[in-house]
Design a protein around this ligand. Structure first.
Ligand SMILES: Cc1cc2nc3c(=O)[nH]c(=O)nc-3n(C[C@H](O)[C@H](O)[C@H](O)COP(=O)(O)OP(=O)(O)OC[C@H]3O[C@@H](n4cnc5c(N)ncnc54)[C@H](O)[C@@H]3O)c2cc1C
Length: 400
């Protein structure tokens, strides 16, 4: 007899782990499959710095994850400029009656916090080192899930299969769902940097011809740096020694944070947008990066994926797992947030990297308008804080 679970989540990354935690209160029997061995954090919990929107912070508090975080550093101001264009935009959280727009957390710290919280869950079975292989239907109409567990083939049955297995989703492929892709021809370098002016709660974003250079405030007197480079220059940049790397950053960013003094280990990420053409199939749903992987400029990927996960939990509790319309309701509720967030991130990535004079003028005018029209700034700020579309209650600070 194959083992049965109400919900099988494939992928114990940021979104899959959050979903497993959010399902605790439902009392459902949940399984979490992860391709990383027990005792290790999945590689996605690396040194990248994650900006969590206000709605995300509220939800993480409601889910009991927040108290486990050690590194949450508030973003009180966001300062944006572009090399070669006039105009700047400074947004202050206190203008909107808030102490912070959101918080910066290192992915490794977030992984440990999720792990600490998951250990307290009773109704969760974890399969590690488990690799999802494929899915068909069982005779009872449930999904059958094929996986390897420690290299041995195993099967499970489930009423709902959730693909939270990231950009290269094997679940998406097994469901026969196509993707639309775009290569931004850009590589993002990420590392920790120390400058002569320590962080004061300002997140700095400097847009350059080949992408952004951003400094995110951290609690350890360092900044989390993101630096975009044209793809064909990435190897050259990766080979720079520390002094040349710091020089490059100084030129790209300028002096607003003082002199660049030291940098930690560099990681690099090729930038691609991968968007699934459908997010649901019979008894199956894609969440997070499996559904949409977006450019990190704008810092929306996990924020959006968490809203996917929490909306799914609400729709399960409203309609039950077996109601055929449950996933349709989920889709309807997610449409507006997904469309707006995708076009926001994509637009930002493309416009920031377009060096033409026309684009430069438009951007400069856009910056000036944004800097001076409070209603428009308010809309941008609200979107950045995660207030888009039909929000799940936990994101609004309503406890379960
Ligand atoms: C440089 C950078 C900066 C970013 N900054 C931000 C930010 O500031 N704010 C923000 O909101 N987002 C940010 N993001 C985006 C964020 O990292 C992603 O949105 C997030 O990781 C998506 O989570 P996920 O769980 O959907 O996928 P992932 O985190 O990729 O997790 C997928 C999991 O599935 C597992 N898996 C894969 N295949 C299988 C299989 N066959 N079987 C079993 N398990 C499998 C993997 O091991 C992994 O653990 C950033 C991304 C990058 C690259």
């Amino acid at each position: 007899m194959e083992k049965q679970h109400d919900v099988v989540i494939v992928g114990g990354g940021l979104v899959g782990s959050s979903l497993a935690i959010a399902l605790e209160a439902s009392g459902l029997d949940v399984a979490l499959l992860e391709a990383t061995p027990a005792g290790e954090l999945p590689p996605v919990f690396d040194e990248r710095n994650l900006s969590f929107a206000e709605t995300t912070c509220q939800a993480l508090a409601g889910l009991g994850i927040w108290p486990h975080l050690r590194s949450a550093s508030p973003i009180r101001r966001i300062h944006t400029t572009r090399q070669g264009d006039f105009g700047r935009v400074l947004m202050r959280a206190d203008e909107y009656g808030r102490e912070a727009f959101g918080h910066v957390v290192t992915a490794s710290d977030f992984g440990q916090a999720l792990e600490a919280r998951i250990e307290t869950i009773g109704n969760l079975t974890r399969y590690r080192l488990a690799r999802f292989v494929g899915t068909t239907f069982a005779e009872n109409g449930w999904r059958q899930v094929a996986m390897t567990l420690d290299g041995e083939p195993r099967h499970l049955q489930t009423r709902l299969l959730v693909g939270a297995d990231g950009m290269q989703s094997a679940v998406r492929e097994a469901l026969g769902i196509d993707v639309q892709q775009h290569d931004y021809q850009q590589v993002l370098f990420v590392c920790r940097v120390r400058t002569s002016r320590p962080p004061d709660g300002t997140a700095w974003e400097r847009l350059g011809a080949h992408g952004p250079t951003a400094l995110l405030p951290r609690l350890d007197r360092h900044y989390g740096l993101v630096h975009g480079v044209a793809a064909d220059k990435a190897d050259e940049v990766a080979a720079l020694d520390e002094a040349a790397w710091l020089d490059r950053l100084q030129t790209a960013f300028g002096w607003r944070a003082g002199r660049f003094l030291a940098a930690g280990k560099r990681s690099r990420y090729p930038m691609r947008r991968v968007v699934a053409e459908r997010q649901i199939a019979a008894r199956a749903v894609l969440l997070g990066n499996a559904a949409q992987s977006i450019h990190p400029l704008g810092a929306q990927g996990f924020n959006l994926g968490l809203r996917d996960a929490l909306t799914l939990v609400e729709e399960i509790s409203r309609h039950g797992l077996d109601a055929p319309q449950m996933l349709e309701h989920y889709l309807t509720r997610r449409r507006q947030d997904r469309e707006r967030t995708l076009s926001f991130s994509d637009g930002l990535a493309k416009i920031s990297a377009n060096p033409s004079l026309g684009a430069s003028l438009l951007r400069s005018i856009g910056m000036t308008v944004l800097a001076n029209v409070p209603g428009l700034r308010g809309q941008v700020a609200a979107g950045g804080m995660g207030y888009r579309g039909d929000l799940p209650e936990l994101c609004r600070g309503v406890l379960q």
